[in-house]
Design a protein around this ligand. Sequence first.
Ligand code: HEC
Ligand code: HEC
Length: 419
Amino acid sequence: MAVHPAAVPPCPTDLPGWRDWHKRMTDTFFASNLRDEILLEIGAQLRRCNLQLEAVPAAKKCMRNFSSFFEAVTREKLTTGHLLGASIPDEKYFSEMPYPEMLELPEALKDQQFLRWLDTNDDESLASALRYIDQINETVLEPPFEWVAFIYESQHLPTPDGTGALGRFFIYVPRQDFDQHIQFGLQHDPARELPKGVSVVAVQKTEAGTGEALRRPRARMKDFWRKRDGERIEISTRLKETGLAENCYACHKQATLPITPDPLKFDQERFGAALNTINKRMASYGAIDLDGFTRAAYGPPMGPRTSPLRTPEFLADCSAGLVKPERLARLGEAMQCATCHDGDRRGELNYPSGIRMQPKGGTLMSWYVVNHQKMPLGVTDLSLFERKALVMCLNAEYYRGQGDQPGLLESWMRQEACW
Ligand code: HEC
Ligand code: HEC
């Protein structure tokens, strides 16, 4: 077999060299359709070339977006001790924070009887577990601090423990300084192992020390792990027990993702009101900063209000015959997702939104736009075909571009005006 020439050229040492390298790498990455191997090769070479790049400040400046992107999105694979993809090392992420209790389960949820009810997972034991939360609420003096619990089945993904658990026992635990959104996986099939997964999104609302409200809330996320030792159920962590962790931000572009239960399994009468309360609460934070993540490094928001690409020809092309010519202008309008997902009102949808597949198929974007028909928020006049086209066009505009015109992610990375 012929030796494959190195895909990634050596480190340049001067401005023209860097300009050429930057251009060639961007070409290669997009020509490969953003393949993971190419992504990692570029990320690795960029790390090796760091000193040479530092030595050419003008190049460094014009490669700022490119470098920050490759540094951020390859961190989890290329830097030891950063499996979460955060700039903070995993160990430190879980051990040092303004409110250390943020990433711990409340003591009441480590209660053995409560945990056993979740394991038993029949109607009666789940009712007992819910009653247990009601009892906790009897000791809460102010309604805003009441816990909210409900049960649902996820349509999108099983717990990350290989047990295929889709059922969730969800508990919202509001506190003065931070809120916790906690979910325990419930066994899917009695023939399979008991699920271990328990996860939390903790939203910090106040500054530690002063107690003053943060201008923008911050979040941290963690996967716990239930360890069953005879009768006892211990709460450990996924990282400790398996050595694994993953980049939550790949999907949690908004740290608190709205919950859309499997409608066929959801007890609307019993839990519908609680679900609504939680989704409203989650949406009310506005955009949330994630500790250790620079959101802007993952690219600009998808679906901006205006875009040089969004011409009638582009819309006709990207919608691939799914949309009638007289509806193309409407399609273009519906692409303005970033009026809300702008990084300020709500986390921006940037890389890898639209291409990152969910374990159960589809992308979060296709689920919300096509399956749930929830997005764009408040829009009711799009047909199913138009919704499918909408997802295709958003991806084309962001990742693929049109003719020689690069997509939004690519132009951002190229920084042509700077060069
Ligand atoms: C493959 C995409 C994906 C990844 C990766 C992911 N999640 Fe989620 N997560 C979701 C979706 C989708 C929901 C919304 C619930 C639903 O409808 O299934 C969710 C919901 C949650 C919830 C319930 C609170 C909320 O925001 O709705 C918690 C807690 C949670 N995830 C924790 C985590 C943690 C911790 C990580 C990283 C270790 C993580 N998730 C990684 C897709 C993901
Ligand atoms: C008018 C404001 C608005 C517009 C426009 C809008 N969204 Fe949303 N989006 C929201 C809100 C609010 C939520 C949370 C919904 C909930 O709580 O049920 C959300 C949630 C989502 C989610 C769940 C994951 C996440 O990051 O929050 C996706 C995916 C999504 N929107 C995609 C889109 C896409 C794609 C478009 C454009 C086609 C779009 N949205 C347009 C307001 C908007």
